[in-house]
Write a protein that binds this ligand. Structure first.
Ligand code: HEC
Length: 192
């Protein structure tokens, strides 16, 4: 190819390829109309690619969100093997009150399932009820009433007009895990 001559490549009929006077190889569309078409094609390809890439990123993001939400919402398995098993019937009162192992299990179960709403160490910060109040003698007639209210809420949650303020935990946490959490909450006093 001689300097300054323009040649049309048969494979790319719309492109002119030439060496200019500075020995640069130039590849240009053969007319302005073609040039704009060419640019539009590039843009279209780019946006298609971007759309595909975008949806992949979106999908991955969604997956990440779902697994995050999943990890967040689905309560963590609570191993209660080290506690006396309670069988089918629901107890009226905490069978583990004061039991060190139940408190240990309950502490961990609380952190995994309740702390995100009720606060670390049951210090609520005001957005949700402060569960240390379960031990406040001014709030309940006696500990049995407090236990029953605790179980009502934990089993059935707080679903008002279809809005889930607190999810039900029945079928998700075992009775053992629920009472273990209660045993842990007993150790949390309002003045701490
Ligand atoms: C998604 C947030 C959320 C999670 C998770 C959650 N709660 Fe709640 N809980 C709430 C809200 C909000 C209320 C107040 C509902 C109402 O207005 O009656 C509440 C109320 C309660 C009450 C009644 C307290 C009172 O003073 O009336 C108890 C007991 C309770 N929750 C225990 C638990 C336990 C135990 C767990 C973990 C197993 C837990 N909650 C997980 C949001 C949550």
């Amino acid at each position: 190819m001689r300097h300054g001559t323009k040649a049309q490549l048969s494979e790319m009929p719309r492109l002119l390829v030439y060496l200019d006077n500075t020995d640069c190889l130039n590849v240009v569309p053969s007319s302005l109309k073609i040039m704009s078409e060419w640019l539009r094609n590039i843009m279209r390809n780019l946006s298609v690619r971007r759309a595909v890439l975008g949806s992949v990123v979106f999908f991955l993001g969604l997956q990440a969100n779902l697994s995050f939400a999943h990890g967040d919402v689905t309560p963590q398995a609570v191993n209660t093997d080290t506690l006396p098993q309670l069988g089918e019937g629901w107890r009226e009162e905490n069978p583990y009150r004061g039991d060190a192992e139940a408190i240990r299990v309950g502490d961990s179960a609380y952190n995994q399932n309740c702390a995100r709403c009720h606060g670390l160490q049951a210090i609520s910060g005001g957005m949700t009820p402060d569960l240390r109040k379960l031990n406040d003698p001014a709030e309940y007639i006696d500990i049995q009433e407090s236990d029953q209210w605790f179980m009502t809420r934990v089993r059935h949650g707080a679903v008002i007009d279809g809005r889930v303020y607190m999810p039900p935990f029945e079928g998700i946490l075992s009775q053992e895990a629920m009472w273990a959490i209660r045993a842990y909450l007993d150790t949390r006093k309002l003045d701490e």
